[in-house]
Design a protein around this ligand. Structure first.
Ligand SMILES: *Cc1c(COP(=O)(O)O)cnc(C)c1O
Length: 380
């Protein structure tokens, strides 16, 4: 079955008694035991809840993994994965990383003697060179934020196998609809389901999918032990959002390509980062490994004053953080999403004071172009 179809099916046929089309929201903390030493399979909602489990099984199917896990946020999901490592362990990490993940690694987990080396994970030699005897894992963003570099997962997975390292892929920007990271060699995928999977800017959630059953047991132990699970209402919202994943992304990508081309031809735009443009360095690799180029665009304008003008003058496009929802959002990475990245690294990566990021939504493309056109016009 194709991914778009699988996504629609999540939660369907769950309730054989009433035939309800959607899974109920099991708003309960605990479950009655049918007898001594007996369980319905559910005992306490931190350990397992039917609504959450429907989502967990659904994302595992979409990603082709053996088991899925739902957390209260993407950061809670990543935190839970870090419990797989011990004091002294070292991880190799994508350098233009989501700011929140960088903060979690460098300002929280480094206190527990985990160390992180940031490299360009699209450069396989750089990854190889960063491996030390303490290295236990490579953590990559499959499509990076905000500069949209694309990782070569099959090549990274070969390196990881040779050195017995776990390959963890944050596939938030692509989702299983555009790329199945486990099929390409990752051991674990993580998602901020807040973004494309839920897709409506209405809930915060995180998901993890694991390929190997023994590793999944450990991840479950940590999910239940640390307890940052997703509540049933939010699990239901994510399931509801996921059903339209395919149609949303089709429209978002169509709009994104159109806007990227429009920006590339605009006089006041000096650079456009969108992997769907033929001149993007990872365009061909992405054609090989992904089913589309996503709907995130970063671009540079010719002077800093235009940044504020665009953020404030756009009417339909909102100046807001986050991404992946049905509404088009624009943000200024240097002071918003990437403020927690060290300034030297930001400068080296190209996250500067003329760079803007667009998360393209499902609106009619004509309206988005019209909004951008009027926002670029000089103030009277
Ligand atoms: C948003 C995001 C996260 C964090 O997820 P939350 O749901 O906000 O906690 C992690 N990785 C990437 C790539 C993200 O975009």
């Amino acid at each position: 079955m194709k991914i778009a179809t699988e996504a629609v099916q999540v939660g369907v046929e769950w309730d054989t008694r009433t035939g309800a089309m959607t899974v109920p929201i099991y708003q309960t903390a605990t479950f009655r035991h049918p007898g001594l030493g007996q369980s319905t399979g559910f005992d306490y909602s931190r350990s397992g809840n039917p609504t959450r489990q429907t989502l967990e099984n659904g994302i595992a199917r979409l990603d082709g993994g053996c088991r899925g896990f739902a957390y209260s946020s993407g950061m809670a999901a990543i935190t839970s994965l870090l419990f797989l490592f011990k004091s002294g362990d070292h991880l190799i990490v994508t350098e233009d990383l989501y700011g929140g993940t960088c903060r979690l690694f460098d300002r929280i987990f480094n206190q527990y003697n985990l160390s992180f080396t940031y490299v360009d994970t699209t450069d396989n030699d750089a990854v190889q060179a960063a491996i030390t005897p303490a290295t236990k894992a490579v953590f990559v963003e499959t499509l990076t934020n905000p500069l949209l570099k694309f990782a070569d997962l099959p090549a990274l997975s070969t390196i990881c196998r040779q050195h017995n390292l776990l390959l963890i892929a944050d596939n938030t920007f692509l989702t299983p609809y555009l790329q199945r990271s486990l099929d390409l060699g990752a051991d674990i995928t993580i998602y901020s389901a807040t973004k494309y999977l839920a897709g409506h800017n209405d809930t915060v959630a995180g998901l993890v999918v694991v390929k190997d059953p023994a590793l999944a047991e450990q991840v479950y132990f940590h999910q239940n032990g640390a307890g940052a699970v997703l509540g049933p209402q939010d699990a239901w919202l994510v399931i509801r959002g996921m059903k339209t994943l395919g149609v949303r992304l089709d429209r978002q990508q169509e709009n994104a390509l159109r806007i990227a081309r429009w920006l590339a031809s605009h006089q006041r735009v000096t650079k456009v980062y969108y992997p769907g443009l033929e001149n993007h360095p990872d365009h061909e690799l992405m054609q090989r490994d992904a089913k589309g180029f996503g709907a995130m665009i970063a671009f540079e304008v010719d002077e800093h004053s235009l940044v504020e003008q665009l953020l404030l003058k756009t009417k339909l496009i909102s100046f807001a953080e986050s991404l992946g929802g049905v509404e088009t959002l624009m943000t200024f990475p240097e002071v918003q999403t990437h403020a927690d990245i060290p300034p030297e690294l930001r400068a080296r990566l190209g996250i500067n004071n003329v760079l803007l990021r667009l998360s393209v939504g499902i609106e009619d493309g004509d309206d988005l172009i019209e909004d951008l056109t009027q926002a670029f016009e000089p103030e009277p």
